[in-house]
Ligand binder design. Sequence first.
Ligand SMILES: Nc1ncnc2c1ncn2[C@@H]1O[C@H](COP(=O)(O)OP(=O)(O)OP(=O)(O)O)[C@@H](O)[C@H]1O
Ligand SMILES: CC(=O)C(=O)O
Ligand SMILES: [K+]
Ligand SMILES: [Mg+2]
Length: 578
Amino acid sequence: MAVVGDLSLKFSGKETICDVKKGAFGFPISSPRISFSAGKLKNCRVKTGVYAVMQVGVESTEISKDLEKSKEVLGLDVVSEEELKEKGFLGLRKTKLVCTIGPACCSSDSLEKLALGGMNVARLNMCHNTREWHQDVIRKIKNLNEEKGFSVSVMIDTEGSQIQIVDHGAPFSVKAEDGSFWDFTTEKFEGTRPFTVQANYEGFSEGINVGDELVIDGGMATFEVVEKIGNDLRCKCTDPGLLLPRAKLSFWRDGRLVGRSDELPTLSTKDWSDIEFAISEGVDFIALSFVKDADVVTHLKKYLSTKSSESIKVLAKIESLEALHKLDKIIEASDGIMIARGDLGVEIPLEQIPTVQEEITYRCRKFNKPVIIASQLLESMIEYPTPTRAEVADVSEAVRQYADALMLSGESAIGPYGQKALSVLRMTSGRMELWSREENRETVLFEHKLGSSVPDQIAEQICYCAAGMANNLGLDAIFVYTRHGQMASLISRNRPNSPIFAFTNDSSTRMALNLQWGVTPILIDLSDDMEANINRSINLIKAKGLIKDGDAVLVVSDIIPTSAAQTVFQSIQVKTVA
Ligand SMILES: Nc1ncnc2c1ncn2[C@@H]1O[C@H](COP(=O)(O)OP(=O)(O)OP(=O)(O)O)[C@@H](O)[C@H]1O
Ligand SMILES: CC(=O)C(=O)O
Ligand SMILES: [K+]
Ligand SMILES: [Mg+2]
């Protein structure tokens, strides 16, 4: 055992216990080589080895009463500010909300209403509409952020390659009756032809045999292949249903999906051109449809870095059987995941969706990547002003699973009740988060080691302890200082009861953190003097009336030095506002 000043380090097997005079706490670190260094440590003096500075102590901060000093602007979005004023720290919603923008909500007025209603991220699906339309929407969102103080991130969602029915612009859907015969062809034609469906991909029937099953949209209608004529398939309807424009085609044999997507690239020429567009418009996220493996994600991330656009986060959409087979590698390679239940339900039996969703959500947290649960959350609200009880239960379940974000698709893109659907998500999440907290569901913190380097492990342990301390001490908020968002996401991963305010001087970090559970990102200037940063930000928050005397916050910082002369500053402190 080494005793240094008031700080004692006990090395006992795999555990390092750190006791401090005021406010003791312990934390397990696997490496007994960890040492705690001098300089910024409170209550102790240490001579040697610098990996990190652990600053532990309970102190009272003298908050400057001179608000004149706080001329600086705090980059906190108006919606969080209002929510905080109205509901207090614990009332801040933790689950983030994504809205798909479509014709029903693309006016500035509607976008503003969605932003006010809690939209954290706006999603643009490149499957639909024109480049000009998308550009117009992105610019409107950026203008609103600039002019009205919102902080809505922009995501584009690639079209990807999949076999589907060509949309001939017919506004209606066609019904396939039981026993009727249909031709599935790649021959191009205008308008509609009776009992003929055009597939978008030349090779759609390669490897398909007579007797195979052709399933539309994962079960909307089913056909049996009765004849192959060249590339075309003649099919008999065995389960009647609707053929909607752009409906997906999949083939089944002996109860199993016939893999077809190997032949299709994850990123088509159109997708690459949409990616160029996304780069030039400065979007925050690119969601890749039909990701098959980690390589495409890695490739795109490399490409973005060659374009100096590494700040754009790459999300992998899990919507195929192949993606499920390579799930861990895809999660590790990506900046986040979308569980695209719509297309996933075409590839796996529907009854497997709930367990697959829970598993993906869990693994994303394990690997510390944000996860969005998407599709059909409030599907009936595309038509009706109230959701079904089952839909509300589905939303609640996603929140209970601690998904980072929930997404609206057609509910906001084309439905007349988009804002209402958003408020259903908002209220349902709030209710479920409160219940989880009251029932103490969150006390089990997430302990799976991510990093292999000592500094990474220290950061993880600090965040693990921070979440535990905030819960155990019932602190009002956690303040974290972070340049790239890593510390903020590590704290979020532990799903603490207190809201996490992430102070960053990097605007792309701010926009990326919009997808992270429980994190309110705040843009602020950060200097190398961490004490000054902390005091200045508390002053600014106090000046806005968002924090008051007696409030206790946990302050976590992890600022990597810009020069060799400085020490790594990783610390936890409890500050009581005075
Ligand atoms: N930009 C848009 N313009 C016109 N319609 C849109 C737009 N975005 C979405 N929609 C409509 O909203 C519906 C649902 O939206 P969304 O694109 O999210 O569903 P999806 O087809 O499940 O997504 P994906 O193609 O990624 O699987 C679409 O079928 C489409 O009719
Ligand atoms: C969102 C999406 O792409 C899907 O659910 O298929
Ligand atoms: K898409
Ligand atoms: Mg999809």
